[in-house]
Design a binder for this molecule. Structure first.
Ligand code: ADP
Length: 361
């Protein structure tokens, strides 16, 4: 036989650990070890070749306590590959290692066992779980900090506003034009600051007190359109809504999400353009995919990520487009809390489509 085609040689070159057992007694599930490749030593730390020709029960009695031979037998009976299970194993004074075992039938009484080494995978998985936990804790303490800070910041702000009020009512006559202008600037700035603080408070509170119920989004959208009717009529706009599903979620959060997106669609329009907002959804495997499409001013490619950040506004001229810069950050947080994703696609100058997924519970 040609040396290079020697099947045993070939199996020995494989990096996966393989052992072949032969059923010798179906009642007692006794097997003989008939073949093993070199990889066993590398993968499991055991030179399985030294057990070839011996029986499984006396060589590895512990295997019977784990019930594995029963699975090997089941594999032969069913004549199909089965996953035997995950197990930890340490040979002699070697460190504990984790494996996934699979049994594949080779004939009516020969079964091949493969060992997949998963210790590294498990280690990485547990590190990842820990990192995720740490991140969640850091995030929640950051939110707590934002809440406390914004709550406490209101106090000095109230004092400033109070004194501006006193100044205006008692000392107005003493001020010249410049003095009055300065006072008005202080008042405007402190009002803006108040709105920002209230915005941070609201943003940090999102996600607390979540009550999950079945939410009929048709009703949610009906309510939103009723509330926005004033602005829709004023702009001669139209909000087109397809038949929407019922979802499991937080009614308040979902309302805020749709409302913010629709309000933005109505707001970010060219002068005298009649806004048309289309709301639709697609059913995907495991999730609903929603779209809120507008015919507004659109968003440039380089700004597509920035707009979801806190206080990031593309329009700083309050006389054209008023806003706090928190709407989309809130939407992003709501969708993330639901386990979904939010993104935007846009043709600058023609319109934008905000899309988000909500996983089915
Ligand atoms: P706000 O509307 O209060 O400024 P948002 O967080 O809702 O805050 O939006 C952030 C920025 O993203 C807005 O300032 C605006 O520049 C841009 N933007 C949001 N929605 C749209 C939209 N539908 N079309 C065009 N630009 C938008």
């Amino acid at each position: 036989m040609n040396e290079s085609l020697d099947i045993y040689h070939l199996v020995d070159r494989l990096s996966v650990a393989i052992v072949v057992f032969k059923l010798t007694d179906s009642k007692s599930r006794d097997f003989d070890i008939v073949m093993a490749n070199d990889a066993n030593l590398e993968v499991c730390g055991v030179d399985m070749k030294q057990f070839v020709g011996k029986d499984l029960r006396t060589s590895f009695p512990g295997i019977y306590e784990l019930g594995f031979p029963e699975k090997y037998y089941e594999c032969l009976k069913k004549n199909e590959e089965i996953e035997v299970g995950e197990f930890e194993f340490s040979y002699k004074d070697h460190a504990m290692r984790s494996y996934i075992l699979k049994a594949t039938p080779l004939s009516s009484d020969h079964v091949m066992i493969t060992y997949e080494y998963i210790s590294e995978l498990k280690k990485v998985k547990s590190e990842l779980t820990q990192k995720n936990k740490d991140l969640k804790e850091k995030n929640s303490s950051l939110e707590e900090f934002a809440y406390i800070a914004s709550h406490d910041l209101q106090q000095p702000l109230n004092t400033i506003n109070g004194f501006v009020g006193i100044f205006k009512s008692k000392y107005l006559d003493l001020l010249d034009e410049t003095g009055l202008k300065c006072l008005n600037y202080i008042e405007e700035a402190s009002n803006r600051l108040r709105n920002m603080i209230l915005g941070i408070l609201e943003h940090s509170r999102l996600g607390t007190n979540i009550v999950v119920t079945t939410v009929d989004l048709n009703e949610t959208l009906d309510d939103i359109v009723k509330d926005l009717q004033g602005i829709i009529t004023k702009k001669e706009g139209e909000v087109r809504i397809g038949n929407l599903p019922k979802v499991e979620g937080c009614a308040i959060g979902l309302r805020l999400l749709f409302q913010n997106l629709i309000e933005n669609g109505l707001k970010y329009q060219k002068d005298n353009n009649k806004p048309i907002i289309d709301i639709s959804f697609e059913e995907k495997e495991g999730a609903y995919l929603f779209h809120v499409k507008d015919n507004g001013i659109g968003i440039q490619e380089e700004h597509k990520d920035k707009i979801f950040q806190v206080f990031q506004r593309l329009h700083t001229d309050e006389t054209i487009y008023k806003g706090s810069g928190l709407g989309l950050a809130n939407c992003q947080k709501i969708v993330q809390l639901c386990g979904g994703k939010l993104w935007v696609e846009s043709v600058y100058g023609e319109g934008s489509t905000f899309s988000f997924t909500l996983p089915k519970k």
